[in-house]
Design a protein around this ligand. Structure first.
Ligand code: GLP
Length: 251
């Protein structure tokens, strides 16, 4: 873990991310951004969008790779991560949609029974990240159980992109996006592995609120263990954790 920054609120955290990524894009116009869904990164995307707009930064060559996707939802579903990333990142930042990738893009609603299609998607996604030159900055949220992407407790810390089963806790946490009905939340996902995430040159993990305090304490001060997948960040040479006082309250 390189640094922990405690901020007043999501806007202050977002500004740190926004300025850092804007500076990167000014020096590397074809920068590769690792993108995440969830509420935690929203203020960061908004801050970056504001700077891009104010300074007229050319975003046309920027590339993006999202962390994860549900299995079984059509890409057009409003809660697919494909739709979410386009709504919250691609449109506000003015990215070229052809340069932004989400792990389920090749699946488009395919079910787990569509074995061959689903099986090849993970390795193909990792190969596409490599071919793009690797991820420069990966933004991360964290689940209340310490998951990053959809790498639930028990995930191999060396894993590549692959299909996983969602933990019941995560399905319950995410039911708010599906009419508060956990039965509508998909049971499986495809996610960048912890090994994939660790290859990014800079990791920025954002967490806010008391609900994340335990996961943050495990991540920062617990042992490095598959039972808290985010704890792998302790081994990363350039990981920045930006949290508010509440998320820091168990440190
Ligand atoms: C989902 C996503 C994660 C995200 C987590 C936390 O499970 N797959 O990438 O970090 O939710 O979401 P939030 O930031 O809304 O708390």
């Amino acid at each position: 873990m390189s640094e922990i920054i405690i901020v007043k609120d999501e806007q202050e955290a977002g500004a740190i991310y926004g300025h850092s990524v804007a500076n990167l894009i000014k020096t590397k116009p074809n920068a590769v951004l690792g993108l995440a869904t969830g509420s935690s990164p929203l203020a960061a995307y908004q801050a970056l969008a504001g700077i891009v707009h104010d300074e007229g930064i050319d975003m046309s060559q920027v590339q993006g790779f999202a962390l994860d996707e549900y299995i079984g939802l059509p890409l057009s579903h409003p809660e697919s991560y494909h739709s979410t990333i386009f709504r919250t990142v691609v449109e506000p930042l003015g990215l070229d949609p052809a340069k932004v990738h989400v792990p389920g893009d090749a699946l488009d609603g395919a079910s787990l029974e569509d074995g061959a299609k689903v099986a090849g998607a993970g390795a193909a996604y990792d190969a596409a990240i490599e071919a793009a030159g690797g991820i420069d900055v990966q933004i991360l949220g964290i689940g209340t159980d310490g998951h990053v992407g959809f790498n639930e407790p028990g995930s191999s810390l060396a894993s590549g992109t692959r299909v996983k089963t969602l933990a019941e806790q995560t399905r319950a946490d995410n039911a708010r996006f599906f009419d508060n009905d956990v039965n509508q939340v998909p049971t499986h996902c495809i996610t960048q592995g912890i090994g994939t995430i660790m290859k990014a040159r800079h990791l920025v993990l954002l967490a806010f609120g008391a609900g994340k305090a335990e996961a943050i304490a495990e991540t920062v001060e617990g042992g490095i263990s598959a039972f808290c997948p985010a704890s792998a960040l302790q081994l990363h040479p350039h990981a920045t954790i930006i949290i508010d006082e509440e998320a820091a309250s168990r440190l």
